[in-house]
Design a protein around this ligand. Sequence first.
Ligand code: NAD
Length: 380
Amino acid sequence: MTQPAPGNRRTDLTELVSPQEALPTRKAHPGELVKYRPQRPDDYDPGIVLVGCGGIARHHLEAYRDAGLSVTGLVDVNLAAATALRDRFYPDAQVFQNHHDALRATDAEVFDVATHPQVRPSIIRDCLRARRHVLSQKPFVLDLDVGQQLVELADEMGVYLAVNQNGRWAPHFSYMREAVAAGLLGETFALRMSVDWDHTWVAGTAFEHVKHLVLYDYAIHWFDMVRCLLPNSRVERVYATTTRAPHQAIMPALLGQVLIELDNAQATMTFDAIVRHSPQERTYLAGTQGVALSLGKGNNDQQVTLTTDEGAYHPNLIGKWFPDGFRGTMCELLSSIREKRPTLISAADNLQSLGLCFAAIDSAQSGEPKRPGQTRQLPG
Ligand SMILES: NC(=O)c1ccc[n+]([C@@H]2O[C@H](COP(=O)([O-])OP(=O)(O)OC[C@H]3O[C@@H](n4cnc5c(N)ncnc54)[C@H](O)[C@@H]3O)[C@@H](O)[C@H]2O)c1
């Protein structure tokens, strides 16, 4: 075989070697086929009104702008907050001081309600009665029965009520969730999740006064992931504890841990929310046919390894929880409306995750294991 002259190298290697000499074709790992990136419906852009223009709202708007979605209205009792976000993200949108005015003045089909849960149910109720689809921020409600009434109202009005459980589209969780759904791990039976980070930024904000800040406001994403990653197991009981760290200055206990007993699986979660050095987040999921491990310093820099009989595969994950998680939830809602199918993030489904969360908090307060669904209101 003649070699190309130096300086005139051919780059097509198949021309340089005979078929016998060709490199063996690489066998694709099944993990390469997992589709975890949120997809937006490209022929449906119904107009969105965002209610509540506080700290989280800019992540919603960044995600929607990058996805090319139309936000036509922004609402906040503090009109200056709505105006500032309007000017930054959607200069043509209208601003309103209350959702009633927005319901009257716009024909947007989707209302994205991102206030705190105390004021949210009445806003959601008004939007549903006006036959608008609603995406509620998490944690959905403070009372499971109120949540159930909202679910029934949405059904009665023939509109969607979904919850912004955006952790499901954080790239590492989305990848693991889709790998489980595709059956790559077989039946999953063991889940270990730990988060060590510093959450003391809440000092001076409304979150400082949330008694069960860690297990309620933060861990709701992880309670929800337990259900996504162990989809064929039923939670029997949950046991949790919380305590204060020696150096913490704010009211809510910043250390929390949870033990979850399922009918054919088990799960544990630990949250150390006042670690100032070497933060770490880990998720380990074992199934009958494989293991998925996600590791990193925090939510936004996770590396996943999927190990099956075919070997280990390390997906080069694209994106970050903030803002891709927010793109994921809104695009899932819009796709389900467009395709007239049940949405993955239905409020009815979310009540199961919240029921698990409330049971854990009840357990942490009482010192007794609890069954999900029995604790109807956020304890304390
Ligand atoms: N990953 C996530 O999805 C994520 C992250 C952070 C916060 N959150 C959730 O988002 C919600 C809001 O959090 P935040 O950090 O933006 O709080 P925030 O206190 O910064 O903002 C709340 C906003 O709602 C406005 N508001 C209050 N009552 C209103 C009403 N009746 N109508 C219109 N606007 C009203 C306030 O003026 C304020 O601007 C909370 O439930 C929180 O748990 C979710």
